[in-house]
Design a protein around this ligand. Structure first.
Ligand code: BGC
Length: 764
């Protein structure tokens, strides 16, 4: 529907109808206006499948929803590092929405994994904003290609579950821009979501849902967002202030309470009616984008979508260890599957994303067509206590086999929406089981089902480790296909697995500080921190193995020098030098120019996933622009590139760079210098702009005989090898000496003279 027609509809609405349009009819429906032909439409969770509730609605996944397909959660799909996979996921979910009459799916959820402790990390994508934004954009495009909306969430800086409804994320401007906003920026600019969901929390004291800065100035004016903003469920503090700031739709219904406040505010003149009109126009526009494009032929094909769920998970699984090529398993080996998750996998997380899966395919079921395996349950995670008879049975089963594959991970209660984790440990009963089995069986493979990093005290005692994450209802098939080599693993970790909780960059503040979450680690989130301080980790960001090998060569940059207005084309050749076909995630990192600015050692600026047959070689190309070299400068409130030599690197992961080439980048933006009495002599004497003024000042000083005499004395002293201060030392001391200090050290210099100098410097 054209904007003009929409405006015309809004003009015909009463104030009551317009205020009503700005909040839900109930838990999941928006209000329509029947007399004007505006339909009421439904929105549904999200993000990795449909949680369509017919009755007894709730936002914590408590009541049952209609049977649907549970696709791999965000933790898994992000591991694919594959835009096509996310697009396919989006298309499939979009199709399901059309079939089930859902206008908008509440996702993707892309908050940055600031700490591995966040209870909701299983839904989120990455610790890296580039990965999160690129994959979210692909998912959004996929869903919306079916004329169904997305709601990218939870905007903004909602990185913990603890006190998520009241907590203030206290973050500096640069960190917000480079890390937390950046994840949404790319998703919004590239993906063009129909809606954005604002988070519950506050930022630096103010509710996001009342922040014009984030909801309007940045989201709409800077990034060009043209849909509507909806609140997270109940994330409304002051409805009228929210509306003014750009929060268009309140969800769910407030039972008419907030509609009445809107009407009152318009009547008493504290809210301009045009603000309500604009919100209605945005909401109606999106309602019609869906309702005018209903696909009447769309059918829910649960069987087919289960297959899609399996094929997506196969692209996501990460092979973490494969000593002595224990994997893939040969069909001839006697294999024991051990652990409850082989029979009943943990494949999704708890809370609003919980899907009522129509079926679940376990590894034990999926392996039937491939090989015969023995099975022992080993543990029951309902209680974290070893059951000695289960352990004994499992040890015996493992001992009798050639290989033991142990299915382990995190139980539901260990990670969920609504609260954070307290530690990174797996249940003790599972760790103990692995240790016990490793005592009797030298060929052990561990398959992990978890939504966020865990510690692996048994890592050195097992030969193989597979990270399946929360892989959706078809996870058993995907895992089995990887175990038996029907598929070659190609996932990479979109987050760091730390060696200890205490090593995590926000360890000291995360979950502490009452209603204030202090982001003291700044931009040093995840690998940005570990690589900068050289901290050993369990598995680095970007890590993952394959059943084949890839060799890199011919890293080429199309120029050696550039300004920040140019683009740089980077090419690299990748060859499959192993015996199987496989996929490699080519990762491009940039290391900053040396200088005063505190910056992470490396930052991911490009990635691409490519498929290669054995012996095949492909050239991969990346284009880097200003943003690949820039940081957010708080003095100019803009992206800024320091001039200098940057390294463009190709890495197997954030810790292992395989090729590197330098490029000289010239920054073109100018940070205006403000000179004060505290400006230091070193930078001042090197500052070309200051040279003329400084020259005449120094000349003036030279006429001061006392000063000249003193300088001579100092120079003489400095040349004397036995002197306490050499000329080098003198220069080093001068470097950081403020102008003000000349008052104490140079006879004859007065405060007035220095002030005149500063004024002259600033006047140029
Ligand atoms: C969650 C959202 C979800 C909404 C509706 C909230 O508690 O934070 O992600 O979309 O409920 O279920």
């Amino acid at each position: 529907m054209t904007r003009e027609k929409i405006r015309d509809l809004v003009a015909q609405m009463t104030l009551e109808e317009k205020a009503g349009m700005c909040s839900g009819a109930d838990f999941w429906q928006l209000k329509g206006v029947e007399r004007l032909g505006i339909p009421s439409v439904m929105v549904t969770d999200g993000p990795h499948g449909l949680r369509k509730q017919a009755e007894a609605a709730d936002h914590l996944g408590i009541n049952e929803s209609e049977k649907a397909v549970c696709f791999p959660a965000g933790c898994a799909t992000a591991s694919s590092f594959d835009r096509d996979v996310l697009r396919k996921l989006g298309e499939t979910i979009g199709q399901e929405c059309q079939a089930m009459g859902v206008s908008t799916i509440l996702g993707p959820a892309i908050n940055i994994k600031r700490s591995p402790l966040c209870g909701r990390n299983f839904e989120y994508y990455s610790e890296d904003p580039f990965v999160a934004s690129e994959l979210a954009a692909a998912m959004i495009q996929g869903v919306q290609s079916r004329n169904v909306g997305t709601s990218v969430k939870h905007f903004l800086a909602n990185n913990q579950e603890k006190r998520r409804m009241t907590s203030s994320s206290d973050v500096d401007e640069r960190t917000l821009r480079e890390i937390y906003l950046a994840a949404f920026e790319g998703a919004v600019k590239k993906g063009k979501p129909w809606t954005v969901m604002n988070s519950y929390n506050r930022i630096n004291g103010d509710y996001v849902g009342e922040s014009k800065k984030y909801l309007t100035d940045i989201l709409r004016e800077e990034w060009g967002f043209d849909g509507y903003v909806m609140s997270d469920w109940g994330a409304v503090n002051d409805r009228v202030e929210g509306l003014k700031a750009g929060l268009d739709l309140e969800m769910p219904s407030s039972g008419g309470m907030n509609d009445a406040l809107i009407i009152e505010a318009v009547k008493d003149g504290t809210l301009d009616e045009s603000v309500v009109d604009t919100a209605c126009e945005r909401i109606i526009d999106i309602i019609f984008r869906y309702s005018e494009n209903r696909d009447k032929t769309a059918k829910l094909d649960l069987e087919q979508d289960h297959e899609t769920a399996a094929s997506i998970e196969e692209e996501c699984i990460v092979l973490l260890k494969n000593e002595e090529d224990i994997l893939p398993l040969s069909g001839e080996k006697k294999v024991a599957f051990i652990g409850k998750y082989a029979e009943a996998p943990r494949y999704q997380g708890g809370g609003s994303s919980h899907i009522n899966s129509w079926k679940v395919e376990s590894a034990l079921e999926a392996v039937k067509g491939i090989a015969e395996v023995t099975y022992a349950k080993g543990y029951d995670d309902a209680e974290d206590r070893s059951d000695e008879s289960l352990v004994a049975e499992a040890v015996k089963t493992a001992e009798e086999a050639d290989v033991a594959v142990i299915f382990a991970g995190l139980p539901d209660s260990f990670e969920s929406e609504g609260y954070d984790r307290k530690h990174l440990n797996m249940p003790e009963c599972q760790n103990r089981l692995i240790e016990k089995i490793a005592e009797v069986q030298e060929n052990v493979v561990v398959v992990l089902h978890n939504g966020s990093p865990v510690l692996m005290p048994w890592k050195d005692k097992v030969k193989g480790i597979i990270e399946a994450y929360l892989g959706g209802q078809a996870v058993g098939r995907a895992v089995t296909d990887i175990l038996y080599g029907r598929k070659n693993p190609s996932g990479r970790l979109p987050e760091t697995f730390p060696a200890r909780l205490g090593d995590t960059p926000c360890y000291l503040t995360y979950g502490k500080g009452g209603d204030h979450a202090v982001y003291q680690e700044g931009v040093f989130v995840g690998y940005r921190y570990y690589t900068s301080v050289g901290r050993e980790v369990l598995f680095p960001f970007g890590y993952g193995l394959s059943y084949t090998r890839f060799t890199y060569s011919d890293l080429k940059l199309d120029r050696e020098q550039m300004t920040d207005q140019d683009t740089l084309t980077v090419t690299v050749k990748v060859k499959n030098t192993g015996a199987r076909k496989g996929k490699e995630v080519v990762q491009l990192y940039v290391s900053p120019a040396a200088g005063e600015t505190i910056r992470p050692a490396v930052e991911l600026r490009g990635f691409d996933k490519i498929a290669l047959e054995p012996g095949e070689e492909k050239e991969v190309s990346f284009t880097l622009d200003q943003r690949a070299f820039a940081y957010w400068n708080e003095e100019i409130h803009d992206w800024y590139v320091d001039s200098g030599e940057y390294q463009v690197m190709i890495g197997k992961n954030a810790r292992e760079m395989v090729l590197s080439a330098p490029v000289q980048v010239q920054g073109t933006k100018v940070i205006p210098t403000v000179y004060t009495l505290n400006t230091c002599l070193g930078p001042l004497l090197r500052d070309p702009k200051a040279q003329a003024v400084m020259g005449s000042f120094m000349g003036g000083m030279a006429q001061n005989t006392d000063a000249v005499e003193m300088q001579k004395q100092q120079e003489k002293q400095a040349e004397d090898p036995s002197a306490a201060v050499s000329s080098e030392m003198m220069a080093a001391m001068m470097e950081d000496m403020p102008l003000r200090q000349l008052l104490s050290f140079v006879p004859g210099v007065t405060r007035e003279m220095l002030q005149q100098l500063v004024d002259a410097l600033n006047a140029q």
